[in-house]
Unconditional design. Structure first.
Length: 462
């Protein structure tokens, strides 16, 4: 095992910890892995993605994406906008196109995948397989697993330093961090850390690694990435009101050196000054905070709370500026600094909530008028819309189309052969695929020229 905290100084023995020797109890109690979100945002500040991020949109859910069973972690490549979600219940990784919010591929990996991180410098994705004790290496260009690395007994969280290519993996029951050379996909050493290491994040600007320990009084181990040694252990408990803080996720802002730790047991986020390794503030958030991510372009931090919300924190004032309702049991969050979009994993309903991002144009029907028709002659016209989140669905909100014409709700095509002359007034509505959906309506009309269709028959009566 590599240099780190001496075994005698690590507190309680693994077998006698409060959470018990059964790692399943730990997994049931806490599935969060927000450290990977720190990777995604940190790498965007190294020239791979523009340092001047696009203006962030409103703090609201703009889309909801269905993924695999029991999603547990998320990472985003700011260079491509691709999002990766581990599905621990399915043994897969969902690949999401961040520009369309659609799942474009599903990759089979190892047993019970938990953590995920991506190196934007190479496009390589790393996935921890808790059940197998391995890390799957994925080529982001082909979505193919190119290597499988043994990484301890039960690897949980993962982070990568894009400046060095080094990968860091927490091993929960072994109280250690596995160090992997990303250029050779080889395990180089283990670093002993505090009890039950959970989340991990790396600051590529300083080559400093932060590891949370979830049991006992809770602590954050600080690792010098160049020497693979623990240089400090920061306690998370302070006084009788902060006993058993249970620090889960961790994220670091490479622009300021500030680290953020989600303390599940006390419902707050600890703010750590990376230059002094001291807690400078604690911020009250929602119930059961687990994942945390920070956007280095804006300094905004996002906290996934188990109560179904996301707390949005202004990093300049250390205050919560918004609380966003997400899905059921949010456990992890990642943010793309190039777009300002945050992605929240909802473990209980197998979805990803998309928050904010660039402000889209309002949904609108752009068809100002429809061409005239001629009775008895085939007719075709296409409705057009813009803004919102395509694809769109068109419908008739009021009035009637001319007899003989129908509306294709998916394409917006009005077609058929009108039967009678006259003018038909109606209102068309368009609905997009945002969550919640947006709607827009516009009054239109079609005038049909020509003689009315003559209906002949036998007259009855006097």
């Amino acid at each position: 095992m590599g240099a780190g905290v001496p075994v005698a100084q690590r507190g309680m023995n693994v077998r006698t910890r409060r959470l018990g020797a059964d790692s399943g109890a730990l997994r049931a109690r806490s599935r969060a892995l927000a450290s990977l979100s720190a990777l995604g945002l940190a790498t965007g500040m190294l020239g791979v993605a523009s340092a001047s991020a696009a203006a962030a949109g409103p703090n609201g859910v703009t889309a909801t994406i269905a993924v695999g069973a029991a999603p547990s972690a998320v990472a985003v490549n700011p260079a491509t906008g691709t999002v990766y979600v581990t599905n621990s219940g399915a043994g897969t990784v969902s690949v999401i196109d961040g520009s369309t919010n659609t799942v474009t591929a599903t990759i089979a990996v190892g047993g019970e995948p938990q953590g995920v991180a991506v190196n934007p410098a190479t496009g390589t994705v790393y996935v921890t397989n808790y059940q197998d004790g391995t890390v799957s290496v994925i080529d982001g260009a082909t979505n193919a697993v190119t290597a499988t690395i043994a990484a301890g007994s039960n690897p949980w969280a993962v982070a990568v330093n894009p400046a060095t290519g080094t990968v860091y993996v927490t091993d929960v029951p072994q109280s250690s961090v596995a160090v992997i050379d990303g250029s050779t996909n080889t395990l180089t050493t283990f670093i002993g850390v505090w009890n039950y290491p959970y989340g991990v994040a790396v600051n590529p600007a300083t080559n400093t690694v932060y590891v949370t320990s979830v049991v006992g009084d809770g602590a954050v181990s600080v690792i010098d990435g160049a020497a693979n040694t623990v240089t400090a252990v920061i306690p998370e408990s302070a006084g009788p009101t902060r006993q058993d803080p249970e620090p889960y996720g961790v994220a670091v802002n490479p622009a300021t050196g500030t680290a953020y730790v989600a303390n599940n047991g006390v419902r707050d986020v600890a703010v750590i000054d990376g230059s002094t390794n001291t807690v400078t503030a604690t911020i009250a958030v929602g119930g059961g905070p687990q994942g945390v991510a920070v956007n280095p372009a804006t300094g905004t931090a996002y906290v996934a709370n188990g109560d179904g919300t996301v707390s949005v924190i202004d990093g300049s004032t250390d205050t919560v500026t918004a609380t966003v309702t997400a899905g059921s049991d949010p456990v992890a969050v990642a943010v793309n600094p190039a777009t300002g979009t945050a992605y929240v994993v909802n473990s209980a309903d197998n979805t990803v909530s998309v928050i904010g991002g660039p402000v889209s144009t309002p949904l609108a029907i752009t068809t100002a008028a429809l061409p005239a028709a001629t009775a008895g002659t085939p007719y075709t016209a296409t409705l057009a819309a813009t803004g919102g989140t395509p694809p769109y669905r068109f419908s008739l909100a009021a009035g009637y189309l001319p007899a003989g014409l129908t509306l294709n709700q998916s394409t917006g095509v009005i077609s058929g052969t009108p039967l009678v002359s006259g003018t038909a007034d109606f209102t068309i509505q368009v609905t997009d695929t945002a969550s919640p959906a947006n709607t827009a309506a516009r009054p239109l009309s079609i005038t049909t020229d020509g003689c009315a269709r003559t209906i002949t028959g036998t007259r009855h009566g006097p």
